[in-house]
Design a protein around this ligand. Structure first.
Ligand code: PAF
Length: 292
């Protein structure tokens, strides 16, 4: 066990340490809550810790691992911000019980599976999957590995990565894993921009443009709810408007909130739909969504 801190247990090497610790907690009837992250923690991540406690976790484990398999060629794996010392200080303040910082060798030993064997859902290749081929294969691979090592009672994911949450929930069901998968709401900056480690890539001009994504989700969802014209025309007009003001839109789509399937016709019903958007500003790709 690594002891860089005296208030928090930091397991950085030995997988059996974390396995034994989580198991011994469960034997004592503790509810083990797990928050997987790629580090560079911000208020969005910290809210996940608070939320999982609200859901009943009595012990919390946070993993910090920048997963190479979920980044495509030419994406920001090398630049992704890595701030482990600051992260651990923040986690100490929140009295997290254990931080797990595995190495690539532990997560991907030579004999490890290279793909999670689940029914190939078309959703893997839609929305973000269409623009980031292989991304969700990498996410499912690492999350499956982490859930198998820790075997937490509960794991929590942020709503900002809505598609990731739906795919993980599906994987957990298909593989009969014993973890309950929960989602926590998006945490936003004061002006509404969804918090993200990638916001730090934006220059001031891009930062002010980025806000248009959230504003657009709000105004578009209002128009869809008013239901005067077909929702697809509303989305098409909005994509054209956003592209004109300099946001390069990957997608702006209305899907059902339970499984992200396509929507033929919008029928007013609270919580039934989610409006999801992804844009690029220079090299930075941002996503956001709202449930309506
Ligand atoms: O959402 C993230 O930060 C990552 O995709 C996750 C779930 C930690 C897997 O690497």
């Amino acid at each position: 066990m690594n002891t860089r801190s005296n208030r928090i247990q930091i397991v950085s090497e030995n997988l059996s340490d974390i396995k034994v610790m989580a198991l011994s907690w469960k034997e004592k009837n503790e509810v083990v809550g797990f928050i997987p992250t790629m580090g560079n923690l911000h208020e969005g991540h910290l809210s996940l810790i608070r939320k999982i406690r609200d859901y009943g976790a009595t012990k919390t484990i946070v993993s910090i691992y920048v997963n190479p398999k979920q980044f495509g060629p030419g994406e920001d794996y090398a630049e992704y911000p890595r701030t482990p010392d600051e992260d651990i200080k923040l986690l100490e303040k929140l009295n997290v019980d254990c931080v797990f910082c595995p190495s690539d060798e532990e997560i991907y030993p030579p004999n490890a599976e290279s793909q999670v064997m689940i029914d190939n859902l078309s959703l893997m290749h839609e929305l973000c999957g269409k623009y980031r081929p292989g991304h969700f294969d990498g996410v499912l691979l690492v999350v499956n590995r982490l859930l198998n090592i820790i075997q937490p009672n509960i794991a929590i994911f942020g709503q900002k990565d809505y598609q990731q949450y739906v795919l993980i929930k599906n994987m957990v069901q298909q593989l009969f894993l014993s973890t309950e998968v929960l989602m926590a709401p998006i945490i936003r900056e004061n002006d509404g921009l969804a918090m993200s480690s990638r916001n730090s890539y934006l220059n001031s001009n891009q930062r002010s443009k980025a806000l248009h994504l959230y504003k657009s989700l709000i105004s578009t969802s209002r128009k869809i709810r008013e239901n005067k014209i077909d929702y697809k025309s509303i989305l098409q007009n909005e994509i054209e408007r956003l592209n004109k003001i300099g946001l390069s839109v990957d997608y702006l789509e209305l899907r059902t909130s339970n499984d992200l399937s396509s929507v033929k016709k919008y029928k007013k019903m609270n919580g039934k739909y989610v409006l999801l958007g992804a844009i690029k500003l220079g090299k930075t790709r941002l996503i956001d969504n709202i449930i309506l």
